[in-house]
Design a protein around this ligand. Sequence first.
Ligand code: AMP
Ligand code: MG
Length: 402
Amino acid sequence: MLSLEEAIERSLTAAPRLGSESIQVVNAEGRFANVDVAAGVSLPGFDNSSMDGYAVRSFDLRDASAGTTVKLTCTGMIPAGTVPTETIVEGTCMRIFTGSPLPPDSDAVIMQEDCRTTSDSENTIFCNDSVKPWENVRLKGEDICNGSPVLASGTRITAGAIGLLAATGNNQIEVGCRPRIGFVATGSELAEPPGKLKSGEIFESNRAMLASMAKKSNARPTLYPIVPDSLDSTVTALERAFAENDAVITSGGVSVGDHDHVKPAIEQLGGSLNFWRVDVKPGKPFVLGQIDGKPLFGLPGNPVSALVTFLLMVRPALLAMQGAGKLCLAKRPGRLAEVLANGGDRRHFVRVTIDDEGLVTGTAGQGSHMLGSLARANGLLDMPPKSRLAKGSKVGVILIDQ
Ligand code: AMP
Ligand code: MG
């Protein structure tokens, strides 16, 4: 049996890096940058006001206070988008607005709330507060310097990063291509929902569940018809799915039962089998195959096992195919609200809920067929074999919804 770490390594090795494409920045949220981007401008691009008020020389207002009024002559106005040419000389100021460039020789802005005008002398500004040099001024380059890094290759692009890309003059960005993933469910007991089940049948649920999770990793999923347990049907289904996708994810049919045809089908198609047992619960068995340089992730049929193995071993590969830098799932720190134990001899990824206060509770029913407790869970707790965690223990919960 393979360790999880070794299985992930092999999974990454089997997954080819896809090409990159240039897309509009507005559509780049969640995608992975495939280039380093440097700023083509500084942010701010020029010294500008952070307030509506008056651009002044701070020295002129050194004596202004609630009890001492200083009068300045306003020589003009600087609406946003205009360029002031007039120099602020002793005793003068200019009306300025948030984002307007500072006029020459001005070194501060006094907020309009700290000034008064009178109706008979509108150009005279009465100031009752002093300002420090560079008060209410946003300095050129204080956020981003021209030429400094804006986005590193491998980074997941967030809305904030999109704002920064646009602010530094980009409308296109080079990102990893989205992997086309075919989803194939095997099992003669499986029926397409909705409808009436014949006796012995169950509704097929893995394709929709796995495809929805894969979409979070930018996958472009195709769901193929349910495949009955026969070698011929499995070979035909895999052949089609491989022709149309960058990788194929199957569920079911990877045990050692007489009706498990995924492994023989890979062999019949001339593919290779990399491993098929991983030392985790839920999850064993898991198949990693390769056909024509494309990976096949053969997940167990039990729904919980399928989702957990997808998150642990397939998701990193989908991300690596796009050139992602960070492949592992994020964790949130929490405290156990109850005792949790793993009495088994395999590493167990226990379904838990973690609430807003960080309190962690096991979801009842940890059987690998139990979708009810999977649907209630928002996290997984990695518990070593034969381990017990006391109530109140500090834990790191792997978040499912990523
Ligand atoms: P298998 O891995 O094929 O031995 O299946 C293990 C268990 O998971 C069996 O109880 C199957 O009925 C169930 N199962 C397999 N595939 C699916 C599926 N796509 N949706 C729901 N249950 C499944
Ligand atoms: Mg089966």
